[in-house]
Design a protein around this ligand. Sequence first.
Ligand SMILES: O=C(COP(=O)(O)O)[C@@H](O)[C@H](O)[C@H](O)[C@H](O)COP(=O)(O)O
Ligand SMILES: [Mn+2]
Ligand SMILES: [Mn+2]
Length: 345
Amino acid sequence: MENTIGLEIIEVVEQAAIASAKWMGKGEKNIADQVAVEAMRERMNKIQMRGRIVIGEGERDDAPMLYIGEEVGICTREDAKNFCKPDELVEIDIAVDPCEGTNLVAYGQPGSMAVLAISEKGGLFAAPDFYMKKLAAPPAAKGKVDINKSATENLKIISECLGRSIEELVVIVMKRERHNDLIKEIREAGARVQLISDGDVGAALSCGFSGTNVHALMGIGAAPEGVISAAAMRALGGHFQGQLIYDPAVVKTGLIGESKEANIDRLTSMGITDPDKVYDAHELASGETVLFAACGITSGNLMQGVRFFHGGARTQSLVISTQSKTARFVDTIHMAEQPKVIQLH
Ligand SMILES: O=C(COP(=O)(O)O)[C@@H](O)[C@H](O)[C@H](O)[C@H](O)COP(=O)(O)O
Ligand SMILES: [Mn+2]
Ligand SMILES: [Mn+2]
């Protein structure tokens, strides 16, 4: 799989990031999102592959593009056998978030990215549009921390695994009312909290690399982003666990269905019989081959955001693969017109 599409997916996230970055700081989150979706879809449809969106912009009715179930790639055409090689005709599943952190883009804040994950058919958990309790931690703490343990216990474990005091740890938590007790507990345990308004994929990813000064992600974000984060953490060998949250009283935003009971029914109808199951990275991204690609829209811990210059732009992306066992940072200069200068720094 990687041989055919590994390099092309870099361009997919790059094009989405460039399109969205044109709307950086303009206060128009929906446009910043929409242009990223269009650019991602257009580039994806030029790849010799037979892809299906399993995590996308929602159901077909309210999402005209990159909706769940949409087929993407040249080899989805009826006559594909005539021009696609057998390995390109093998179905693959794709999870996308063309603009992860739409608010961050709209208000010129750090940490937004265009992101996707790819695996064989069935290799990515088709998460419902629910919330997810998440725990991400560095590779050294993989399998040692546990989402069922308290934040205090997990911080002790991370501190031992990393050979640092708890005071030397930084935990990212989304700034939400539902996290007030969690934030208090982390602070009382001695660790420092970095509150973010949006963008918990970048937060999870930061735990996978030493040098980011991020040692854990704790709290509740969206489930689809949890699957994308899990794909990256699985490929990096980091720790990631997720548990679906179906009770509106826990989430507090009221954007999660009518009632706990109705949500459990919905999960059952999707074949999820144990709504409280804790999934690890290998269950959320279970395919033999998992590819993850992200491109910074605004600058974050791992990637610089899109920088425009006259006639072009420069992007920074990250592609992680279980197949080649690589995490590849890609720095690209895009020359839309013949630029007067190609700016390096
Ligand atoms: O911040 C986020 C927004 O993503 P997007 O809509 O693609 O710009 C995600 O990283 C979060 O995981 C998640 O979507 C969020 O926590 C759910 O929203 P909220 O109800 O505001 O917490
Ligand atoms: Mn998102
Ligand atoms: Mn998004």
